[in-house]
Design a binder for this molecule. Structure first.
Ligand SMILES: CC(=O)[C@@H](O)[C@H](O)COP(=O)(O)O
Ligand SMILES: NCC(=O)COP(=O)(O)O
Length: 244
């Protein structure tokens, strides 16, 4: 069964735009659960531009679904993760000046540091995922340092689709396809995410090695018009359709 993790970051983006208590990310998580989400993803960024520490506290206290905590590989975030011990931790690269996550984690170039960084998280029982590009060197490094999961960055594939650069999009999809196959061959659980929409989810969901998709921004955008529950149900329908 292909799992759907709903990323609620951008519910917090809307809340933070006015500094009101609404919309409440925890309420969004509960709606996602009722709509059939298998998990909730929340990215506690160093600059707290959307999800806050209090959001993570509330999710850990009240959420029935497993929480996938996205975070940078910093001492501050490691302390927070070890305090909460969420179901999963996903390490993502961060740059304060970026509008959204631009690339994957450079595991190959930081394998020793990351191996040391993830060891206490694994010992704490967190499932460790690395948000990476589909390059073989990154996938091989992730397996080498003992990550359980790789989440393949689908942002470039989605951007190329939006821009109508079809040949380049299909080449990126071929890279993701090969990456998923290599990761599974190396014993890694394969996830994918970033930028996925109703229009782009199908080919990614169809990859047999992919066990989980993490989708957020588009679902929150769609929810403005249809409601979050309906957006999630439609995304799930398209995921299931792709797997037939
Ligand atoms: C890692 C990833 O692809 C998403 O979680 C993304 O980071 C959402 O957060 P931003 O939109 O702040 O990048
Ligand atoms: N890791 C990807 C994620 O959690 C959601 O990314 P997006 O759908 O908000 O771009």
């Amino acid at each position: 069964m292909l799992r759907l993790g709903v990323n609620i970051d951008h519910v917090a983006t809307i809340r933070n735009a006015r500094g009101t208590p609404w919309p409440d990310p925890l309420r969004a998580a509960r709606i996602a659960e009722a709509a059939g989400a298998d998990g909730i993803t929340a990215h506690l960024r160093e600059d707290r531009r959307h999800i806050s520490d209090a959001d993570i506290d509330a999710l850990m206290e009240h959420l029935a679904l497993p929480l996938n905590l996205e975070m940078a590989a910093t001492e501050e975030m490691q302390r927070i993760a070890l305090r909460h011990r969420p179901h999963a931790v996903c390490l993502v690269p961060e740059k304060r000046e970026e509008r959204t996550t631009e690339g994957g984690l450079d595991v190959a170039g930081n394998d020793s540091m990351l191996a040391d960084f993830i060891a206490p998280l694994r010992e704490a029982g967190c499932r460790v995922s690395l948000f990476i590009g589909h390059e073989p060197a990154q996938i091989e490094a992730a397996a080498r340092i003992g990550a359980a999961v790789v989440e393949l960055h689908t942002g470039a594939y989605c951007d190329l689709d939006t821009e109508g650069r079809i040949a380049e999009r299909d080449a990126e999809l071929a890279g993701l396809t090969e990456g998923a196959r290599l990761a599974a061959d190396l014993g890694l659980e394969v996830h994918a995410g970033h930028g996925l929409t109703f229009g782009t989810v199908g080919p990614i969901a169809a990859l047999p090695q992919v066990a989980e998709l993490n989708i957020g921004h588009f679902l929150i955008a769609e929810s403005v018009f249809t409601g979050l529950g309906d957006a999630i149900r439609e995304m799930r329908r398209r995921m299931d359709e792709a797997r037939k």
